[in-house]
Design a protein around this ligand. Structure first.
Ligand code: CA
Length: 233
């Protein structure tokens, strides 16, 4: 399921944790001190780190701090005393969660599961964000990159003013659909904008001059008489 790095100097507890995690299907690397933890991490990073606070060589605070310099891996602190909890919470060392000893294996597994679920959700969001940032909208000879706010006509970049871009993007997201000037004011300029049909007319004219081969006979942004405008698909 996941690769988990367990850092715990108490051998029997380390053994129990390792056994439980493996039985749950995880791939476990278990080490006994802070230096081994960093060495194991640099060899193969894990999906989750279970990190005891009081450790020989480097303590859990220091290991956590160093991991955080290069990684946002979920870290679950294993703490023994209430004053340790205060430090974990108070210092904001970058741990994601903590459990206090003694804890049940069932509780530990539930925490690990929750961390993995959060990580999966985060990855999903990142993936969606990166898809969105490379999104392209192509209508006829027009190509728009919304995230970069760039527009191209026949692969030639067209310099547009902010509202011209917004208007073109709106039309391009609904190719072929006719919008009245009132709808465009509402949807592109926003409800509270100062604007009327003439504002839309001015922007449409300007877009045609920039995009159309013959602005007086528009082939991209059509006027539908008595109704409004549409982008020809
Ligand atoms: Ca310890």
């Amino acid at each position: 399921m996941a690769r988990i790095l367990v850092v715990e100097d108490e051998a029997s507890l380390r053994g129990t944790i390792t056994y439980s995690l493996r039985r749950d299907g995880h791939d476990v690397v278990a080490v006994a001190d802070g230096e081994q933890a960093l060495a194991a991490w640099s060899e193969t990073p894990a999906d989750v780190v279970l990190l005891d606070l009081m450790l020989p060589k480097l303590d859990g605070f220091e290991v956590c701090r160093r991991l955080r310099q290069t990684s946002s891996v979920p870290i679950l602190m294993l703490t023994a005393r209430t004053e340790e909890i205060d430090r974990v919470v108070g210092l904001e060392i970058g741990a994601d969660d903590y459990v206090t000893k003694p804890f049940s294996m069932r509780e530990l597994l539930a925490r690990v599961k929750a961390m993995l679920r959060r990580r999966d959700l985060l990855h999903q969001e990142l993936r969606q964000a990166s898809v969105a940032s490379t999104e392209q909208i192509c209508v006829g000879s027009l190509r728009i990159e919304p995230a970069r706010r760039r527009a191209y006509a026949n692969d030639r970049e067209v310099a547009l003013k902010p509202k011209e871009f917004d208007l073109l993007l709106h039309l391009a997201r609904h190719p072929g659909q006719v919008f009245s000037a009132e709808q465009l004011i509402e949807q592109v300029w926003g409800y509270d904008a100062m604007g009327d049909a003439s504002t839309v007319r001015v922007h449409v004219r300007s877009l045609r001059e920039k995009l159309e081969e013959d602005p007086s006979r528009p082939a991209m942004i059509e006027t539908v008489r008595g109704v409004g405008y549409r982008l020809v698909d």
